[in-house]
Design a protein around this ligand. Structure first.
Ligand SMILES: Nc1ncnc2c1ncn2[C@@H]1O[C@H](COP(=O)(O)OP(=O)(O)OP(=O)(O)O)[C@@H](O)[C@H]1O
Ligand SMILES: [Mg+2]
Length: 273
C-alpha cells in the first residue's frame, strides 16, 4: 500500500511549526528510515500517517484513502504504530491479551485472534511467556511485546519510532531479524532511528529531516555519501562509512561485507598504481 504526503505543514497549538511543506511518496513494500536531530519533526510526521495528528495544511493519502476522510480507528487498520516508549501502549494483564487487544478490537474472531497472537509472539520470541504480566518483562522486552502487538494488527504499513532504543546486542539482533521478516512479507516499514549503523544496514531509502523540512532523501547509499548535508542536519554517518572516508576509499560501504570487498579492491588498485 503506497503512502503519499502532499504539501503538508503542521503547527502545534503552542505555535511551533513542526512540519513545513513536506512532499513525500513511500511506495508499497519499502523500508524507509527517517533520521534527524531532536526536534526535527520526525515523530510529528509519522503521527500524521495514522491520524494521531491531522495536518494543518496539505494531504496525507494512505493507499486510496484521503486520511482526512477517515477516523483514527479506521486508519489503524492500515497503519500500525510502535511508540517510542512501549509503556505508552501497554495496559493489559497478560502478554497474550496485550497482543490480542488490537485484533479483537477490529472484530476478529477468537480463533483468528488466537492465531495472530501466537504468530506475533513467536515472531518476537516471547511465545513462551504468553501468560506473563507485561510488567514482569524488562523494558527492552516490553518494546518487543509492543512490537508484537503492532504486528498482530496485520496492517500493510508499519511505523516504528526508535525500535532499537534501549536494546542490547541481542535485542538489536531480534529487531533486525523481525524487520527483515516483515520486509520479506511485503509490508511497508517506516522506522525513525538515531541508530545509524542499524539504519545503514536495513533501510533501502533514507530521509533526513531538519527544522520540519526534508533536508535530503534518496537511497541509503546515496544519502550516506552526502557528508555535507548530513553534517548540516547533525547526523553522523555510520562507523563503516566514516572509516572508509577517513581512509579516502571511494564508495559508501554499508555493511561489513561491502566494506571488506571495497577495501580489497581499493588496495589492489593502489598497489597496481
Ligand atoms: N505536543 C507538542 N506540543 C508543542 N510542540 C511540540 C509537541 N511535540 C513536539 N513539539 C515540537 O515540534 C517540533 C518537532 O518535534 P518532534 O517530536 O516531531 O521531533 P522529533 O524529530 O521526533 O524529535 P526527537 O528525536 O527528539 O524524538 C519540536 O520543536 C518540538 O519541540
Ligand atoms: Mg521523536
Amino acid at each position: 500500500m503506497n503512502l503519499r504526503v502532499e504539501g503538508v505543514s503542521f503547527r502545534y497549538p503552542s505555535g511551533v511549526l513542526a512540519l513545513d511543506g513536506i512532499d513525500l511518496a513511500i511506495p508499497s513494500g519499502q523500508l524507509l528510515a527517517i533520521l534527524g536531530e531532536n526536534g526535527a519533526g520526525k515523530t510529528t510526521l509519522v503521527k500524521l500517517f495514522n491520524g494521531l495528528l491531522r495536518p494543518s495544511q496539505g494531504k496525507v493519502y494512505i493507499g486510496d484513502w484521503d486520511s482526512a476522510e477517515h477516523t483514527t480507528a479506521a486508519l489503524a487498520r492500515r497503519v500500525g504504530f510502535l511508540f517510542q516508549n512501549p509503556d505508552d501502549q501497554l495496559f493489559e494483564r497478560t502478554l497474550a491479551r496485550e497482543v490480542g487487544y488490537g485484533p479483537r478490537n477490529l472484530g476478529a474472531s477468537e480463533a483468528e485472534v488466537k492465531r495472530r497472537v501466537a504468530r506475533a509472539l513467536k515472531l518476537v520470541g516471547l511465545h513462551d511467556m504468553a501468560d506473563a504480566h507485561p510488567y514482569d518483562l524488562p523494558q527492552p522486552q516490553r518494546k518487543l511485546l509492543a512490537l508484537a502487538a503492532t504486528i498482530a494488527m496485520d496492517t500493510p504499513i508499519l511505523v516504528l519510532d526508535e525500535p532499537t532504543i534501549g536494546q542490547d546486542e541481542v535485542g538489536r539482533g531480534a529487531i533486525s531479524r523481525i524487520l527483515t521478516d516483515l520486509h520479506r512479507m511485503g509490508r511497508t516499514l517506516i522506522m525513525i532511528s538515531h541508530d545509524m549503523d542499524f539504519c545503514a544496514e536495513h533501510a533501502q531509502r533514507m530521509l533526513v529531516m531538519l527544522n520540519g523540512k526534508i533536508h535530503v532523501e534518496g537511497t541509503t547509499e546515496d544519502v550516506m555519501g552526502q557528508t555535507k548535508k548530513l553534517d548540516e542536519a547533525e547526523v553522523a554517518p555510520p562507523q563503516l562509512v566514516r572509516l572508509a572516508q577517513a581512509l579516502k576509499m571511494p564508495g559508501t560501504p554499508l555493511t561489513v561485507d561491502d566494506f571488506v570487498d571495497e577495501y580489497k579492491q581499493w588496495r589492489k588498485k593502489k598497489k597496481s598504481k
